[in-house]
Design a protein. Structure first.
Length: 428
């Protein structure tokens, strides 16, 4: 019998068919919410005691059982029973089983609507911190590589054509700075998500004198969602905002992966990796494929579609709760694990990258110093457009060369990176 059922009725087979469809994979994802449901229940029960709904003795009994459930979760002994609908029902059943009617009091002044809202916000807040930590690790790896290889020149490209000299220092630190902007999106997402919806009930508040400020403090929220109707509207919106942050991080990882796949190609030969980070072919014994980075690229391209998927799920929904909002879990929860896995693999693999320090010995890169030759003429008082034509004609006539002095000068300027400033920017 479900929490919301008033009487046992017939049509059990039909009910089971409907339940299987409506519950779907929800119970699977609800296990991830278990620690947050306990945390929210502890705060709610303490608040009920503070406003006189529960006695201090009742609160202590409920607190003790909730902490026991929390221990089961930590020790991975917690299980969802087949007959329960969701994590909220499971924990309430467990309390009722231990405490009898007292366990039923825990639901006073709240709805499963604000319970799941709370659980998801607490879960997303925790995952934001986890993603932020992984981003910082990757940021540090990229800056270390930038400093280590700042004087190693490489070609820069526009339109996939050789353009101007660059360096591995510039390349690595570019992605480090990209993560800084991604982190600003992460901070914005956290600021919006970190607001307490508990006490909004089914979206229309409660006649009980709930102390929403107290639960906000107990759950370490920055603020609360004041309007109870809007609190319910944050279901789906929080996930979408979170997904927009993820999509930005994924874009950075996807572009870095694409560069690596390109630069590992024999026609480039800029970088390589130990054999254990590549895969072979079943028929071609010479192959060393960048499968890791191809998979990161593919996974991150999928992650960039998340905001659109969540938008389409909610595009025609009016205010209030609707059952399809349940589907946000199976969209966002696995995606979070994918992003963390991609970040972790990048952190592991990037330090093992082998840099080719002799790229520019290949004659095909001679012309990329043409801008330096133009600038050299300009410094000799030749008008820029005239200097451009002079150098351009030499290139077309296959007469263009650059001396070692020009290359050395450019190498020095490329090596002068803003690594200190980028590092400070992360802190701010």
């Amino acid at each position: 019998m479900k929490l919301w059922e008033k009487n046992v009725t017939e049509f059990e087979v039909e009910k089971q068919l409907v339940e299987k469809f409506t519950v779907g994979r929800d119970k699977q994802f609800d296990l991830l919410l278990a620690p947050y449901d306990v945390k929210g229940s502890l705060a709610h029960a303490e608040m009920l005691c503070a406003i006189g709904i529960l006695t201090n003795e009742e609160w202590m009994l409920i607190k003790g059982e909730l902490l026991n459930i929390q221990t089961e979760i930590v020790e991975e002994r917690f299980k969802m029973l087949p007959h329960v609908e969701d994590i909220h029902s499971q924990i309430e059943f467990m309390l009722t089983e231990k405490l009898g009617d007292l366990g039923k009091k825990i639901h006073t002044g709240r709805s499963r609507n604000d319970q799941v809202l709370l659980d998801i916000k607490l879960y997303l807040r925790n995952e934001i911190n986890g993603i932020d930590n992984l981003m910082k690790q990757l940021f540090d790896v990229l800056l270390f590589q930038a400093e280590k290889h700042k004087d190693v020149l490489m070609p820069g490209y526009t339109h996939l054509q050789v353009a101007m000299p660059s360096s591995f220092g510039l390349w690595f630190s570019a992605f480090a700075e990209s993560l800084i902007d991604d982190r600003e999106m992460l901070s914005a997402a956290k600021k919006i998500i970190n607001k307490n919806p508990l006490g909004s009930g089914a979206g229309y508040g409660s006649s009980f004198p709930l102390d929403r400020s107290l639960t906000t403090k107990l759950l370490a929220f920055d603020d609360l969602n004041y309007n109870v109707v809007y609190a319910q509207m944050t279901r789906g919106k929080s996930e979408k905002i979170f997904s927009m942050m993820m999509a930005n991080v994924a874009q950075t990882l996807s572009k870095l992966s694409m560069d690596i796949c390109l630069y590992m190609n024999q026609n480039f030969g800029f970088v390589s990796f130990p054999d254990y980070l590549t895969t072979g072919s079943s028929i071609m014994p010479h192959k060393k494929n960048p499968d890791i980075f191809e998979l990161i690229r593919g996974k991150c391209n999928r992650l960039q579609a998340l905001p659109n998927e969540l938008t389409m799920l909610q595009i025609n929904l009016p205010s209030g709760y609707h059952r399809e909002l349940q589907l946000t879990k199976e969209i966002i929860f696995p995606a979070i694990e994918e992003l963390k896995a991609c970040l972790s693999m990048m952190i592991y693999a990037i330090p093992k990258m082998i840099i080719n320090k002799n790229i520019l010995k290949n004659e095909i890169y001679n012309d990329m110093f043409s801008v330096e030759e133009v600038n050299k003429l300009v410094q000799q008082q030749v008008p820029f457009r005239d200097a451009y034509k002079i150098v351009g004609h030499k290139i077309e006539a296959k007469e263009f060369t650059t001396d070692k002095k020009v290359r050395h000068t450019h190498e020095g300027s490329i090596g002068n990176l803003c690594l200190k400033e980028i590092k400070e920017k992360w802190k701010n």
